[in-house]
Design a protein around this ligand. Structure first.
Ligand code: FAD
Length: 374
């Protein structure tokens, strides 16, 4: 049984059995990693951030980053979908009403329902805190109209945490849980042509006057911006963990390759000093990525005043590192990597999402600079 104490060990075994066998197919067929996602549900992972009183494991940001990292060492797409679920769960656990938490958190802990994030819109792009989506009030319900531009795991997750403009408080924002099968919710399911993260099923979702019951509002009216601030801390650290795990995957692939690549002279690539120096660079970058991620997550859990700066920094570091790691690993992989005999080109494609996912690399640097001079 999964516990916080055996989390790292059990998750390593879990990824070998339930994630690694599907990784290649997820990419080549641009297919959602259903088997891995179902196994995550069945084996208690969806309840990682659900408080114990609701049947979950009561984990924190460090546990979240540990599992995202471990999954991404095998499949970055699976890790990304899981990361979105955990982040959305953190929003519900932190700000949901007692009634909403009692209704949904036990089901999440049992793996009966999962969540996704619907923040981004094309009108604000990477500045996901500035949605255009509008609300109208009708009886005790809200009618939502607008379009979210990317929802990872759409149609696979049950509820989308949806960020809107309050119709009651000027400039206020709200957060809602919207069921995937709601009337007038339209999935643009043919839209995902990502060069990487090919199985994440991200797609635009139209809210064409979608009616949501008042009880599915997360938190108080107009306070969504505060919620988004906390949600971002799980999201940014989670992305840092995903791209650190992906970097490790590239390191392990390059290491195996240079030891196995043999010439007729009898030597292997790993006999070449410059090759070993490149490997040393790759390894140092993988270690720096994950060390900063775990430190940042821990500082959030211990409510350190420096945690926001550390969280922004860990993802900036992981993003730069993963692109460098994959590029250098491709060089070590030579023609075999270029010809897709090694999975390195997939990892390179997946890695490029890191710099554009909100808050993008450049926006994060702006945020970190602001945080440091505050
Ligand atoms: C694989 C993947 C999965 C995703 N999943 C989700 C999801 O589940 N939920 C969700 O809500 N969103 C999701 N997104 C959306 C994502 O978070 C971003 O909102 C989206 O990638 C922004 O794209 P854009 O073309 O609108 O970027 P733009 O806003 O057009 O930005 C383009 C470039 O300009 C730069 N830029 C823009 N403004 C500034 C500025 N002020 N300062 C410096 N640089 C700036 C950006 O850094 C970026 O590099 C996903 C995206 C990807 C790639």
């Amino acid at each position: 049984m999964l516990t916080l104490q055996n989390l790292i060990h059990v998750t390593q075994e879990f990824t070998e059995k339930y994630v690694a066998p599907f990784t290649e197919r997820t990419d080549t067929e641009a297919r959602f990693p259903t088997e891995s996602y179902e196994a995550l549900k069945a084996q208690g992972y969806m309840g990682l951030l659900v408080p114990k009183e609701y049947g979950g494991l009561g984990g924190g940001n460090l546990h979240h980053s540990q599992v995202c990292y471990a999954l991404a060492r095998s499949c970055a797409t699976t890790a990304l979908c899981y990361m979105m679920h955990n982040t959305a769960t953190a929003a519900l656990s932190s700000f949901g009403s007692d009634g909403l938490k009692s209704e949904l958190l036990p089901k999440i802990a049992k793996g009966e329902i999962t969540l996704a994030l619907a923040y981004s819109e094309s009108g604000s792009g990477t500045h996901f805190g500035l949605p255009d989506i509008q609300e109208k009030e009708q009886d005790n319900k809200r009618i939502l109209s607008g379009r979210k531009s990317f929802v990872t795991a759409a149609q696979h997750a049950d509820y989308y945490v949806t960020y809107t403009n309050s119709c009651k408080i000027k400039d206020g924002k709200n957060t809602w849980l919207v069921h995937k099968d709601s009337s007038n919710l339209v999935h643009e399911s043919t839209q995902w042509q990502g060069i990487g993260m090919r199985g994440n099923a991200s797609m635009p979702v139209q809210y064409n006057d979608v009616k949501v019951d008042g009880k599915y509002q997360i938190g108080n009216e107009g306070e969504g911006e505060n919620h988004a601030g906390i949600v971002a801390m799980y999201f940014v650290v989670g992305l840092g963990a995903v791209y650190s795990g992906l970097g490790f995957h590239a390191y392990a692939t390059a290491l195996k390759h240079i030891k196995e690549r043999r010439y007729t002279t009898g030597g292997t690539l790993s006999d070449v000093e410059l090759v070993r120096i490149h490997l040393a660079d790759i390894y140092a970058k993988t270690q720096s990525s994950i060390a900063l991620v775990f430190d940042a997550a821990q500082s959030f859990d211990s409510q350190s005043a420096e945690s926001a700066a550390k969280i922004f920094a860990c993802r900036i570091n992981a993003t730069h590192n993963v692109m460098d790691i994959c590029s250098l690993a491709m060089r070590l992989g030579g023609g075999k990597a270029y010809n897709k005999e090694l999975p390195l080109e997939r990892l390179l494609r997946d890695a490029f999402a890191s710099q554009v996912m909100a808050p993008s690399l450049d926006v994060l640097k702006v945020w970190l600079g602001q945080e440091l001079v505050k």
